[in-house]
Design a protein around this ligand. Structure first.
Ligand code: DGL
Length: 321
């Protein structure tokens, strides 16, 4: 019988849970790990060089421990800058999450779309490429917002403060006034000038999908990458299964390429067991007891019943600044 595939999800914070949720629904047979860079959250205002070093080092370090078969970088801000480097370092398939410009352009009757993403993502060359390639016949309004990332992250955590366990969409504890202010660049346009498709180009934003939809109105279609990522993971898992049947070996068991690069050196606190079973979330940095309670409550809701700290050594300090 084939070994259960291990999938590592990565994000700066909780946003990747929106992608995880869809992926898990389609691929419940896999074991899931989730790493979030709590220490350096948020990513939307960090430089590209910082993100490339940081994300590569974190993924390499945790991968050495858990040996995933597949990695999902569930962060548009990271994917639009680190994918090339990460794919050079790892031999397992890397699924990146990038803004859903193509499907948004396809559903827009007005040929007018908006991209709601972090300041980093809206300014990326990769985003320019997506727009030039797939939305060349559309007017594209780029809205870079870090406030919406914090609002989504806090809404999720605040719901946990309010309830000991989250139920249904109970995490949507969100300040409607603040959200309305963030969406002003769309709302201030005359209705006929407004885009009819809005890309949720940050994985945090689908966590507030209902709220965003109710403020923007039903005539605007919200588009994100979650379902497409879930299908991509499904097809990669099917391919893995076929490879296993044909060759009798798993792609994911290949060694990672050796990297002669000090920036990638990562140390772990090995007092944390590495064989702690499926569905484990790891976070970087320190949290106080109250925040840890909120984190564990949130992750528990998504099926991650274990939440563990993840320690980077001073060797990796270059990747932090
Ligand atoms: N969830 C992330 C994204 O998709 C990152 C947000 C942030 O850390 O600024 O872009």
């Amino acid at each position: 019988m084939a070994a259960i595939p291990k999938i590592l999800f990565f994000d700066s914070g909780m946003g990747g849970l929106s992608v995880f949720k869809e992926t898990f629904a389609l691929n419940p047979q896999a074991a899931y790990y989730y790493l979030f860079d709590h220490e350096c959250f948020p990513y939307g205002n960090k430089s590209e060089i910082f993100l490339r070093n940081r994300v590569t080092a974190l993924l390499k370090g945790l991968s050495d421990l858990i040996k995933p078969d597949l990695i999902v970088i569930a962060c548009n801000t990271a994917s639009t800058t680190v994918l090339v480097k990460v794919r050079e370092v790892f031999s397992v398939p890397i699924v990146g999450v990038v803004p859903a410009i193509k499907p948004a352009a396809a559903v827009s009757n007005k040929h007018s779309i908006a991209l709601l993403a972090t300041p980093g993502t809206v300014a990326r060359a990769y985003t320019d490429f997506l727009i030039n390639e797939f939305a060349y016949d559309c007017k594209v309004l780029r809205i870079g917002t870090q406030d919406l990332v914090r609002l989504a992250e806090n809404s999720l955590l605040n719901a946990c403060r309010a309830h000991s366990t989250l139920r249904g969409s109970g995490w949507s504890f969100c300040d409607q006034q603040e959200l309305t202010k963030i969406l002003q660049p769309i709302l201030e346009l005359q209705p006929e000038q407004r885009p009819d498709a809005v890309v949720l180009g940050c994985t945090h934003f689908p966590l507030l999908r209902e709220q965003i939809q109710s403020i923007l109105g039903e005539q605007i279609t919200l588009v994100d990458s979650g379902a497409a990522i879930a299908r991509r993971v499904q097809s990669l898992l099917q391919k893995r299964e076929q490879d296993l049947n044909t060759n009798g070996e798993l792609q994911g068991e290949e060694e990672f390429e050796e990297e002669d690069d000090d920036d990638l050196y990562v140390d772990f606190d090995l007092s944390h067991p590495t064989n702690c079973g499926p569905q484990v979330a790891f976070f970087t940095g320190k949290v106080n007891a109250e925040d840890f309670g909120r984190l564990t409550c949130t992750f528990d809701h998504f099926g991650f019943h274990q939440v563990r700290p993840f320690v980077l050594s001073a060797h990796n300090a270059a990747g932090r600044s």
